[in-house]
Write a protein that binds this ligand. Sequence first.
Ligand code: FA5
Length: 344
Amino acid sequence: MRERLEALRKEAEVAIQAADDLEQLRDLRVQYLGKKGELTAVLRGMKDVSAEDRPVIGGLANEIRSQIENLLAEKETAEREAALEKRLAAEAIDVTLAARPQPLGGMHPITAVVEQIEDIFTGMGFVVAEGPEVETDRYNFEALNLPQDHPARDMQDSFYITPEILLRTHTSPVQVRTMEEKEGQVPVKIICPGKVYRRDDDDATHSHQFYQVEGLVVDRGIAMSELHGILAAFAEKMFGMALETRLRPSYFPFTEPSVEMDISCIKCSGKGCRMCKQTGWIEILGAGMVHPRVLEGAGYDSERYTGFAFGMGPDRIALLKYGIDDIRHLYTNDLKFLRQFQSV
Ligand code: FA5
């Protein structure tokens, strides 16, 4: 018995020393110390040992068990440390290695222009409002003083979904929605950016889907001079230069009087060039004093309150600002084109 135990001790010592990974050590633990292990098997023979030898052999067996346990624990610790060292060495970061270039996205020119417009107007105290792109005939036309069969409906050829529902042709319905929500409260001072849709034939300056930014101010004593002042300040900020502006009479059913605002040509400063078709002026938006019928229909007493509204096309502003020659470039997702605007 003693010899078997001593042989087991030696064999285990050699095997543990020879093991070179944690898995082997786990197997050796089972092999020597497990329930079905070799030491347990030897101890099962204790019943055949004489009563006087039993304490000695028992003591020896316990000594060998704890010796094997210690050896296993030491070797496991050493193996764990070696494995960690190996991993750290393999994962070491070479700080001298050149970084991989990370492709950076850029802002789409329309998004850039819409954000600039929002920044300029919110800086003047306007709040950004939103409305649905799928709109009712009432908000898109009727409530804006454009009853059925009004000839001006032809100015904005529409995509109808049902006779009552259409894709909005302009952002002006948000004027009415906002005034209704405010229930006669003043001041109203909003801008509304968003997509609009018209059955226009696509060409260099027309798209069937484009953006507009609407503006509306309603309060006591609002006059045309405020409209002009705010829009002139906006234009100079937008194009980053001193500009002349002029208001020309125009017609929109929802404003009276109605105007279009021109700016002096940003390319030739008004001298006349191809961009301004030799006129020195470029039209950038439509505007006017909110028609009393629109105010009344949305719950505002037109004797007490007046207001102005304007609507501009960020697509066309992007063409001007970035010198783009065709609006269709803005909608074709050509990366070669878009990469030019990565820094705007
Ligand atoms: C309107 O849509 C009015 N709702 C604007 C308005 C609002 C006037 C409030 C008065 C008071 P107009 O149809 O002119 O107006 O369009 C406004 C702007 O949208 C134009 O100046 C132009 O920049 C842009 N626009 C119009 N049609 C197209 C198109 N097919 N493609 C790209 N931009 C367009």
